[in-house]
Design a protein. Structure first.
Length: 438
């Protein structure tokens, strides 16, 4: 068929392919079409390989189209595998042409036309953070000193009901000085009450799109979002997460969607036990990490007594940028804000309480002849105090920090007692320094 004889196609129209059979065109860009095929596959095909569906068969009868479509086999003539021919590019032809600008949903973190994985343990806030980025893009506002690509967004959430998203989006909008009215470009698909699988393996292990996935593809054909979020992989991926082939096919399906719709795709995922222990945040097979161009990890600070509202967003993989970056975040009133490193009011109150408790218990110890010191051992003050009922539940770490601050300020003093051959340290309150013991 010559160029002039090639049929024209439009999004939403049905077509036929000699190898894969019938399907529906999701989008067309630069001569290539994203197609949702009747067999459950989602593929990108050169437009020159598409034909109008046979007129003698009903275009709505998917089952009939599947059974009657010619399939490729080793004995099939080459004409039925047209799109298997390679297309070679001579880079010299690019000479003098403008270099295509790389597009980002969030610069250096979330590339367009690719899949980005955001890992995070349950309850750490990965859903809230991603929801905030998606809402900011829909409201065309900056968030966390990031500038998401302004445009429509689709959030597919499999873990929470609509009521929970209502509360979260209201808090997010308020934190940006907006209202829910400003989220007119946002679409939410809550799936907590239904089967949320997007892809399932057939008997041979090949991943195929479910009817739900095909509905989502159809919707994005018309909605044209700049961002699609899938939350989370555990609910949406129906294959075996440790089988590389199935994982790569699933990520490939999402990448086809990202390219066909010209948007960014974010997939949320829980880290494996090993991923948590190693600090990489990875999950299951290495194919999850290897199949994407960007992977982020939201985690808490490692210190046991760290501020419970603190989070750290780490760049674990960035094919188009630099890895190893960290952004410190803080949960505040239902949304995340940047952490400025300054003590928060709650931390200040906790520190003041620890200092008061340390001084009260130290005075009690000295009055009852229980010597304690700043040296780790059997008489280590923070350790002995933490076990005392008067410590009001303060941890050894909090009391140790309070001790150091009080020593630095002079409110607590270190005195040496005993004969010169066996002197010992003892802590006392400066206000109770009555001189050497008689």
């Amino acid at each position: 068929m010559t160029t002039s004889e090639q049929p024209s196609f439009a999004t939403g129209e049905r077509m036929h392919h000699g190898m894969f059979g019938g399907g529906k065109i999701v989008s067309i860009s630069e001569g290539r079409a994203l197609i949702s095929f009747d067999d459950g596959e989602i593929r990108t095909i050169g437009q020159q390989y598409l034909k109008k569906p046979p007129t003698q068969k009903p275009v709505n009868d998917n089952k009939s189209a599947m059974s009657s479509a010619p399939r490729f086999s080793p004995s099939s003539p080459p004409a039925q595998a047209e799109d298997q021919s390679i297309v070679l590019i001579n880079p010299a032809e690019w000479h003098g042409k403008p270099v295509p600008e790389r597009k980002w949903y969030v610069e250096d973190l979330i590339p367009m036309r690719q899949v980005t994985i955001v890992n995070g343990d349950g309850g750490v806030g990965k859903s809230l953070l991603t929801l905030q980025l998606a809402a900011a893009g829909a409201m065309a506002v900056d968030t966390l000193q990031m500038k998401p690509c302004a445009g429509r967004t689709l959030y597919v959430g499999a873990e929470d009901e609509a009521e929970e998203f209502h509360r979260r989006l209201l808090d997010i909008a308020k934190s940006h000085g907006r209202t829910l009215v400003d989220l007119a470009e946002f679409r939410l698909l809550p799936l907590a009450d239904r089967d949320a699988l997007l892809a399932m393996p057939d008997k041979s292990g090949k991943m195929l799109a479910t009817p739900l996935m095909r509905d989502i593809v159809d919707f994005t054909c018309d909605w044209k979002p700049s961002l699609i979020v899938f939350d989370t992989a555990a609910d949406l991926f129906g294959g075996d997460e440790i089988k590389r082939g199935q994982v790569r096919q699933f990520i490939g399906m999402l990448r086809q969607l990202a390219i066909g719709v010209d948007c960014a795709v974010i997939l949320l995922a829980h880290p494996s036990v090993q991923g948590i222990q190693t600090g990489t945040g990875s999950s299951g097979s290495t194919a999850w990490n290897n199949s994407v161009r960007s992977r982020l990890y939201l985690t808490r600070p490692e210190a046991k007594d760290a501020d419970p509202d603190l989070r750290i967003l780490k760049t674990m993989k960035a094919n188009y940028g630099t890895t190893g970056g960290e952004i410190r975040l803080r949960w505040k009133d239902g949304a995340f804000v940047l952490d400025d490193g300054k003590p928060q009011l709650g931390s200040q109150l906790l520190a003041a309480k620890a200092e008061r408790v340390f001084k009260d218990v130290l005075s009690l110890f000295n009055r009852t002849g229980q010597n304690v010191s700043d040296v780790t051992g059997t008489s280590y003050a923070p350790a002995k105090m933490a076990k005392h009922p008067a410590a009001e539940g303060m941890s050894k770490k909090a009391l140790a920090d309070a001790m150091q601050r009080l020593i630095d300020s002079g409110d607590v003093r270190i005195v040496m007692e005993g004969p010169p051959s066996r002197q010992r340290k003892r802590l006392i309150l400066a206000s109770e320094d009555f001189g050497p013991r008689g």
